[in-house]
Ligand binder design. Structure first.
Ligand SMILES: Nc1ncnc2c1ncn2[C@@H]1O[C@H](COP(=O)(O)OP(=O)(O)OP(=O)(O)O)[C@@H](O)[C@H]1O
Ligand SMILES: [Mg+2]
Length: 258
């Protein structure tokens, strides 16, 4: 197999972000370079103030770098106008947040459809697609539930389904398990692994080693620079049987609470 056939979800070169304040300029990112091949599963770590959120904002097209390039497919995000930026953000990046960010008035299926709504792509096909995604994350029997009728893990699974509805370059997860207990964290990590095994690219920011060791690769930031970029040693991998058990237990637990 040829190495050159690997497609890149993102190519980042010498990315810098400076915040200009009255009294000083904060160099939050000081020249960060890395590639994210399609199918990668990256954990971004680092101490407070090291630049994780700044990098995440750039990867999520929420902000522009001061210097450097960031290729999403063939497009250089660093050269885009604000309008182009918000279009690509809505259409090609899947966000998963610590606090789920679901809309309380909408059902599971409707929440999954929200990014399509923003793109003006709501049609009969999109309903079918969100139902498929709901089933994929194990919520096929809760299509009409509202977020308040769901457990934290289930809400995060809705958010993950929503993140996939636009067929994104990658899922960008910001402390996605930060609000969850250890059992539910496993449930979400098992889902991430399943999606990644199926080829989805995942980039997550986490403070927790136990979460990061499920990724394939860790990028550690320090003072706005990459300190370490390496494959995860002794990566924790769920067996197919464990994945099935975890999904089953999550289902049983939530039925008990109904
Ligand atoms: N809007 C801003 N204006 C000025 N300085 C900023 C701004 N956002 C971040 N910074 C500074 O940039 C540096 C990196 O901040 P960033 O939020 O990216 O760190 P972080 O790694 O996400 O930290 P934490 O783990 O605490 O969330 C810090 O020194 C921070 O004070
Ligand atoms: Mg942060």
């Amino acid at each position: 197999m040829s190495q050159t056939s690997t497609r890149m979800a993102a190519v980042i070169r010498d990315l810098q972000k400076h915040y200009v304040l009255k009294s000083e300029t904060v160099r939050a990112l000081r020249g960060v370079s890395f590639d994210v091949p399609e199918g990668d599963y990256v954990a971004i770590m680092g101490p407070s103030g090291s630049g994780k959120s700044t990098l995440l904002n750039l990867l999520g097209c929420l902000d522009q770098p001061t210097h450097g390039s960031f290729l999403l497919g063939d497009d250089d995000v660093a050269q885009m106008t604000d309008d182009e930026l918000s279009t690509i953000r809505a259409s090609r990046i899947g966000f998963v947040f610590q606090s789920y960010n679901l809309i309380a008035q909408l059902s599971v299926v409707e929440n999954i459809e929200v990014p399509l709504y923003y793109m003006g792509n709501l049609n009969a096909k999109s309903r079918k697609r969100s139902i498929e995604l709901a089933k994929m994350v194990g919520l096929g029997e809760r299509l009409d539930h509202r977020p308040t009728q769901l457990s934290g893990g289930q809400q995060q699974r809705v958010a993950i389904a929503r993140s996939l509805v636009n067929d994104p370059y990658f899922i960008l997860a910001d402390e996605a398990t930060g609000n969850l207990d250890s059992v539910t964290t496993e449930e979400i990590l098992a889902l991430f692994q399943r999606l990644n095994d199926e080829g989805k690219t995942i980039i997550m920011v986490t403070h927790e080693d136990e979460v990061a060791e499920h990724a394939k690769r860790v990028i550690r930031l320090r003072d706005g620079e990459i300190q370490i970029d390496e494959a995860v040693k002794d990566r924790k991998i769920f067996t197919p049987q464990q994945i099935q058990e975890i999904a089953h237990n999550a289902d049983v637990a939530s039925r008990g609470s109904e």
